[in-house]
Design a protein around this ligand. Structure first.
Ligand code: GRF
Length: 197
């Protein structure tokens, strides 16, 4: 008997290329996760149309329509619960989540971050790596915990920094590496969950 796939939701705010990479990987019948929904906090996120084209249910939960982070997260939590999500992948999701929300999704919430964590948490990671004279940077898939970009790393990939690199060039070169890494990391996590059942 084939093991039951782990229901996974994806949170986006923009372009959604990581989301598409996860969704395409999940189309493989042997992949241990299935994508049950995509949620954007921005109504205009380009990723929404991409998800719809892949026949994935989408929802917009616009943080601007809420007076507090907690109220926004309450609706987000409700929606994820209605999808029966067991894992949630942040993929270019540009909202910081409160400790209360993170606690509800403890050990079930993943993120991809464009640096070799623990280096360069937060924003402008590529410029900071260039400014520091680093010879390489990369991307990390990690567990989301209370502290920003501080949870345990699940998987990482590195790219070399050239002497004439710019933040834009690095981001462009890193993107295909991210798109390969995130599906591998979700595969690993979902397969582990399957084993514990
Ligand atoms: C990625 O570079 C990711 O590492 C960062 O935001 C970008 C999202 O791109 N957190 P996309 O929306 O997946 O295309």
């Amino acid at each position: 008997m084939t093991a039951k796939k782990i229901k996974t939701a994806i949170l986006i705010s923009g372009r959604g290329s990581n989301m598409v990479a996860l969704a395409k990987a999940a189309q493989d019948e042997t992949y241990p996760a299935e994508i049950v929904g995509v949620v954007s906090n921005r109504p205009g996120a380009a990723g929404l149309k991409k998800a719809q084209a892949l026949n994935i249910p989408t929802a917009v939960i616009d943080h601007k329509a809420y007076t507090s982070r907690e109220a926004f997260e309450q609706d987000l939590h409700k929606h994820l619960t209605s999808l029966e999500a067991e894992l949630v992948c942040c993929a270019g999701f540009m909202r910081v989540l409160t400790p209360g929300f993170v606690a509800k999704w403890k050990d079930r919430l993943l993120n991809i971050h464009p640096s070799l964590l623990p280096k360069y948490k937060g924003l402008n990671t590529h410029q900071r790596a260039i400014d520091a004279g680093d010879s390489e940077t990369g991307c990390s898939v990690h567990w989301v915990t209370e502290d920003l970009d501080a949870g345990a790393v699940i998987a990482q990939s590195a790219v070399k920094i050239a002497s004439d690199d710019t933040a834009e060039l690095l981001a462009t070169r890193l993107l295909p590496v991210e798109l390969a890494l995130y599906p591998k990391a979700l595969n690993k996590v979902a397969a582990q969950i399957q084993k514990t059942r």
